[in-house]
Design a protein around this ligand. Structure first.
Ligand SMILES: [Zn+2]
Length: 537
């Protein structure tokens, strides 16, 4: 007596675990206690199929499969040979043989090899289920999938009515040749094409079923003079008669649709194609460049906030309130009048925002312009010094500029652990900062210049010009950036102006006009395909 290691796949949700047992093989094969469930897509009554597992392979009763599909069966050779009579094909499985014979209506035979031999047990033939699966669709007219985990065989008889993978071809005449598109209902993985010297193009699509009657009726056009489609049990053969010279042909799967595409290129079209590709690349490049520079996000940074009051005016007006007032008004103007521009605020209320966080917010929003709004002040109050300044990030040149930057930067001392977070803007560090900002220098200068003009024209504040200093808040913003010291809180007239609604509105309006002008100039350069960062001005 032979002993064999047998794996029993138990069915049902309660005992899904696989048990390994040593049993007498003949006993098991007669026992036939295990089944897998059969489920139909169309809701037909589920029926079980007898199965057993041997050495990791699951075998299914071919008689049960035939019953589930209502297919007639014939036994011969003492039940060792079992024939299933499907609608289109007959299928013959013989015990001890891994080859299954498929016989078409015309009597044409083809062979399909299973991974394991057909086993005769309990008076009928069992087939290795997984490698038999393609035959459900090919020969039995009913696609099937097996869910090993749930032990369920799913049958789709609805699509079995026709079961075609494709029913037509689309011929497209191109300037450089032809495109033959095969629209498929599912992904077909195996296909090949072969262009013969005599002008015939052969295409084989494996494991597929096509409505060849319909395809053979398709009218050839262009280079294609004749179409012949043949269905074999395991593949579809398409043959095209091609007229004229073909430089190259290619068969690929269209990744977006799963369609199979066959391209036929006429001679001379190769160079043209290359040129077109190059042109497309340049176009995409330009488009990306444009996107990168498009002024679509503007970041407004209201200086100070929360426990950081900023400077205090002659009558104790707080810088943080003035900067927020101007910022909100400017934002409103931009949102209302500049279509397609998103306004991002580092703060919209009286909250404390750490200095480094402001640049982060701007970068995260992919800002294209960063405007930090502040008010100037001298220690001596009141003092006659008045006016606005537009600052660029560079080492301070004058005592005043250095002092202003130091005052504005001092806010970091209100942050915990600031010593680790910020590097002192030494000469050496400035070289690094300048490198990081180099792409934005020209644009920053350009905007500063426009802002200065507009502030002069639209406000009553004296113009003190474009200056430079080491403002930490600008260091973190990876985009064109400026800091505007709108006026002096330490000056009585300036403070009155800054405090008033109308004064704040005038400043906001001036900055709005500057941004609008800057954007227009920007757009012009973008349309010319120029790099704004480098060529502005
Ligand atoms: Zn400030």
């Amino acid at each position: 007596m032979k002993r064999a290691v047998v794996q029993i796949l138990s069915s049902g949700p309660r005992a899904r675990r696989t048990r390994w047992v040593v049993l007498l093989l003949p006993y098991l094969l007669c026992a036939q206690t295990n089944t897998v469930r059969v489920e139909f897509d169309n809701g037909s009554r589920p029926t079980p199929i007898g199965v057993f597992a041997r050495q990791g392979v699951l075998y299914a009763s071919l008689t049960d499969i035939a019953t589930a599909l209502s297919i007639t069966t014939f036994e011969s050779q003492g039940a060792r040979k079992l024939e299933l009579k499907g609608t289109t094909y007959r299928l013959v499985a013989t015990a001890g043989n891994s080859f299954v014979t498929i016989i078409g209506q015309t009597g044409k035979r083809s062979i399909f090899q299973l991974q394991n031999e057909v086993v005769n047990a309990a008076g009928t033939n069992f087939v290795p289920l997984v490698s038999f699966l393609p035959l459900f669709r090919i020969a039995l007219g009913c696609p099937a999938t097996y869910d090993a985990e749930k032990e369920v065989l799913r049958l789709s008889p609805t699509s079995a009515v026709k079961g075609y993978d494709f029913t037509t071809l689309k011929l497209e005449v191109k300037s450089n040749g032809m495109l033959i598109r095969i629209p498929t209902v599912r992904t077909l993985h195996e296909f090949e094409s072969w262009l013969k010297q005599d002008g015939w193009l052969y295409v084989t699509i494996a494991d597929a079923k096509a409505d060849i009657e319909a395809i053979n009726k398709i009218k050839p056009i262009g280079l294609v003079k004749k179409i012949v489609a043949i269905q074999s049990p395991t593949s579809v053969q398409l043959t095209f008669k091609i007229s004229g010279k073909i430089a190259s042909s290619e068969i690929i799967k269209d990744e977006s649709s799963n369609d199979i595409l066959i391209s036929l290129r006429t001679p001379g079209s190769e160079e043209k194609l290359l040129l077109e590709k190059k042109q497309r690349e340049v176009q995409t490049d330009l488009e990306n460049q444009r996107k990168r520079w498009e002024l679509d996000v503007i970041v407004l940074d209201a200086g100070h906030g929360g426990r950081d009051y900023g400077a205090l005016g002659v009558t104790k007006v707080k810088e943080k309130d003035v900067t927020l007032g101007i910022t909100l008004q400017l934002g409103k103007l931009l949102e209302k009048n500049l279509k397609g521009v998103k306004v991002v605020y580092t703060r919209k209320d009286d909250s404390f925002i750490e200095l480094h966080r402001r640049g982060q917010i701007a970068n995260e929003a992919d800002g294209k312009l960063f405007i930090s709004i502040h008010c100037n002040s001298l220690r001596k109050k009141p003092s006659p010094t008045s006016g606005f300044e537009v600052y660029l990030l560079r080492p301070g040149r004058t005592e005043d500029a250095i002092e202003i930057a130091e005052r504005e930067n001092a806010v970091i001392e209100l942050e915990e652990g600031y010593e680790q977070r910020y590097q002192k803007l030494t000469e050496e560090n400035f070289i690094l900062v300048a490198m990081a900002q180099s792409a934005h220098v020209k644009a920053s200068e350009y905007f500063a210049d426009i802002a200065q003009q507009e502030l002069e024209e639209n406000t009553n504040i004296q113009n003190r010009g474009v200056k430079q200093a080491g403002f930490l808040v600008l260091v973190g913003a990876s985009m064109p950036n400026v800091l505007v010291e709108t006026a002096y809180l330490s000056n009585r007239d300036d403070e009155r102006y800054l405090k008033s609604e109308s004064g704040q509105h005038k400043i906001a309006e001036a900055l709005f006009k500057a941004i609008k002008k800057y954007k227009e100039e920007y757009q012009k350069l973008l349309l010319e395909g120029r790099d704004v960062g480098e060529n502005i001005r």
